[in-house]
Design a protein around this ligand. Structure first.
Ligand code: GTP
Ligand code: MG
Length: 273
């Protein structure tokens, strides 16, 4: 090390941070934390009662970080116990089970519960969110694919990780990125650094891809009324094609959405005179 460069004193100071885990019951929040802190996996389900608390020390660059982990119970029954622990968190692990669609769809309501408890929007800007698509080892029962999860996360400026508490896949990488982003945020005066990934695509693109994925038929996919004319179909198609073309759009799932739109237009035009 170059001894002529004086070390900044504040670099040596240790940081204390608070992180919480959120997500439906049984998605694997406690197991993810246990895998990281204790390097083991417990196959038996032991529901968290209200809240579990633990402390761990980690090293990020030249700083020691003391992490207070509040592992929340996902069951609605424990709302009254959970709600007072949201405040003053610097990091949130948002967890869902890739084999349970309802746990993925519940992520918005978890954010909603948190916003309600912490008050203003400004507070949410000073928190690092990481999304864990958990139980990826159970490939046969998977129903939420990577593109869908990544899109949800990255369109909100959150980092997305595929994890398995059972095999350990993604767990260390996820926690390292999580703690490193929290440290960056604290060194950045408490503001979450702008995510480079989310800057690559617009909310309109993300919303459109989501809408296309959930559309019930080709009319719905192009956003035209059943029975629309060739011109209307072509006009709607052109607008979507420009927005989603793989050369222009880097949002997760854009390639599949683009192909789906091309196919929808072809099948509709076949039947319109
Ligand atoms: P609550 O405390 O009730 O909110 O649940 P939780 O989200 O903490 O879930 P927990 O970690 O207790 O795990 C629930 C069940 O899923 C347990 O039976 C775990 O063994 C299992 N589980 C957790 N993570 C994984 C995983 O990555 N793969 C597999 N196959 N099972 C997992
Ligand atoms: Mg738990």
């Amino acid at each position: 090390m170059d001894s002529t460069v004086p070390k900044r004193r504040d670099n040596k100071k240790s940081l204390r941070v608070k992180v919480i885990s959120l997500g439906n019951a049984e998605v694997g929040k406690s197991c993810i934390i246990k895998r990281y802190c204790e390097k083991r996996f417990v196959p038996k389900y032991l529901a968290t009662i209200g809240i579990d608390y633990g402390v761990t020390k980690v090293q990020v660059r030249d700083r020691e970080i003391k992490v207070n982990i509040f592992d929340m119970a996902g069951h609605p029954f424990f709302y009254e116990v959970r709600n007072e622990f949201y405040k003053d968190s610097q990091g949130v692990l948002l967890v869902y089970d890739v084999g349970a669609r309802d746990s993925f769809e519940a992520l918005d309501s978890w954010l909603g519960e948190m916003k309600q408890e912490t008050g203003s929007q400004a507070n949410m800007e000073s928190i690092v969110f990481v999304v864990c698509a958990n139980k990826v080892d159970l490939t046969k029962r998977r129903v939420v694919d990577e593109g869908e999860g990544r899109l949800w996360a990255e369109s909100r400026g959150f980092t997305y990780f595929e994890t398995s508490a059972q095999s350990g896949e993604g767990i260390n990488e996820m926690f390292q990125a999580f703690f490193s982003s929290i440290t960056d945020m604290c060194e950045n005066g408490g503001k979450r650094p702008v995510s480079e990934v989310s800057a690559g695509f617009t909310k309109e693109q993300a919303d459109t891809i989501r809408r296309i994925r959930n559309s019930k038929d080709s009319w719905d996919m192009l956003g035209v009324k059943p029975g629309a004319t060739r011109e209307e179909v072509n006009k709607a198609y052109r607008k979507l094609a420009v927005m989603l073309h793989p050369d222009k759009c880097v949002a997760p799932g854009s390639e599949d959405a683009f192909k789906a739109v091309v196919n929808a237009r072809t099948s509709l035009l076949k039947n319109i005179k």
